[in-house]
Design a protein around this ligand. Structure first.
Ligand SMILES: [Mg+2]
Length: 422
């Protein structure tokens, strides 16, 4: 969060499964639309927060399966673990708060007396979360009985039932809502309370997110009955919470527009970039647009025309160099030439390209360095690299690509790179 020196323009706090991630969309189209929008219009001055019921183990698995961006803050295990940045540094202040009237041993002992409860996998049992499966028909009764027993033992817990099967027991002060409240308080104390916050969710454990004052909320179109029921009973008259018409990340994009929180046209919804010249060219925008064009080029979705090739060449410095992640160097103009030969070579191959953590810095007047992670997915194979692009502003020509340098991400080093062009 330190990268922002002033309050975030928008903070999005989103659940993952069936909210940011649509498990019924093998192409991940809505998620990719969101990703492009975020990197294009928000990354530089806004905060992305993922709030998930998943434990760190299952969260990392999801990141490998789906094209998720890197969030600024990750709230996991139903609001019991808050971490910051790429290296996921835990918030120890939050851990201290959660120890109040909580005893893991006592929770395990009491829950062991219920035959209706089936313990979830070991990775899902966390210092401040104990998780079970319980049949829908038995849930209500079990929750009531268990609450009374734990109270008698001197604990103050919260029992959350979601997805029609998952039962989580947490300290009373935990949960997605309290974790968000804690985060907002912390940002406020640093003088960085976000201008707007949008909470996004689909199931019972997300309801708390919509109860935090001054926070906008979107229940995606595919929200579960339990959340819609909660909304009808508790927040029906709150104009800051909507039930979107679109599924998952599509619903988030819709809410950004409906609440007028900022731009909500994803670059993926723009069909022809040549016709879409932005007035104030921004180096971050150039990169997002270029790699989207690159995806469409290799999928054969844009025409292999002289106009595109000429436009690309015109945006490169004649002596500009591209350093391939393998270490090989060639001129940017030759790289464009090579790209022409690969037009449509990924047609029908589930080829997708996305960029993550696009950050532009003006290093001297008219000179910009843009750093980003670029990912390519082809079928089930994914490779990524860290990319640095140097741009210079040329009178009358806008931004010119001067130097591009790439290095493989840790997990991509051993993979086949024969089809990696730029
Ligand atoms: Mg969910």
């Amino acid at each position: 969060m330190e990268r922002l020196t002033s309050p975030a323009r928008l903070m999005i706090v989103s659940d993952l499964d069936h909210t940011m991630v649509d498990h019924h969309d093998p192409e991940n189209l809505a998620l990719l639309r969101f990703n492009s929008l975020w990197e294009h219009a928000y990354r530089h001055d806004s905060l992305l927060v993922f709030s998930t019921g998943r434990s760190p183990t299952l969260y990392k698995e999801l990141r490998k399966e789906k094209p998720l961006l890197t969030p600024d803050v990750t709230i996991m295990s139903v609001g019991t673990e808050i971490t910051y940045g790429n290296s996921m540094v835990p918030d120890l202040g939050w851990v201290d708060d959660l120890n109040h009237k909580w005893d893991l041993g006592v929770v395990k002992e009491e829950t062991g007396k219920f035959s209706e409860l089936t313990l979830q996998a070991e990775t899902e049992q966390r210092p401040h979360k104990v998780s079970f499966y319980v049949d829908k028909s038995k849930a209500e009764e079990v929750i009531k009985e268990l609450s009374q027993r734990l109270e008698k033992r001197g604990l103050d817990v919260k029992i959350i039932y979601s997805g029609g099967m998952d039962l989580d027991i947490l300290p009373q002060g935990a949960g997605k809502g309290q974790a968000l409240a804690y985060l907002l308080k912390k940002l406020k104390s640093e003088g960085k309370l976000p201008v707007n916050t949008l909470a996004c969710g689909d199931s019972g454990n997300d309801a708390e997110l919509f109860s935090i004052p001054d926070v906008y909320g979107v229940m995606v179109s595919n929200a579960q009955e339990e959340l819609l029921k909660w909304h009808a009973e508790n927040a029906k008259d709150n104009p800051k919470v909507i039930h979107a018409k679109e599924r998952c990340a599509g619903g988030i994009i819709q809410a950004i527009g409906e609440f007028k929180l900022g731009p909500n046209l994803s670059p993926r919804d723009v069909s022809d970039f040549l016709e879409c010249k932005v007035e104030n060219a921004n180096p971050g925008h150039e990169v997002v647009k270029f790699f989207l064009f690159y995806e469409r080029w290799r999928r054969g979705e844009v025409e292999n025309s002289e106009a595109y090739a000429a436009s690309l060449k015109a945006s490169c410095q004649p002596g500009g160099v591209f350093v391939h992640p393998s270490g090989a160097e060639k001129s940017l103009v030759d790289t464009i030439g090579e790209l022409r030969k690969h037009h449509g070579d990924k047609q029908g191959k589930k080829f997708r390209v996305w960029v993550d953590q696009v950050l532009a810095t003006e290093t001297a007047p008219g000179t910009w360095m843009v750093k980003l992670d670029k990912w390519e997915q082809s079928g089930d194979e994914r490779i990524g690299c860290t990319t640095t692009v140097k741009f210079t502003a040329k009178e009358g020509e806008g931004l010119v690509w001067e130097h591009v340098e790439q290095t493989w991400s840790e997990e991509s080093k051993l993979k086949d790179d024969s089809s990696w062009i730029i």
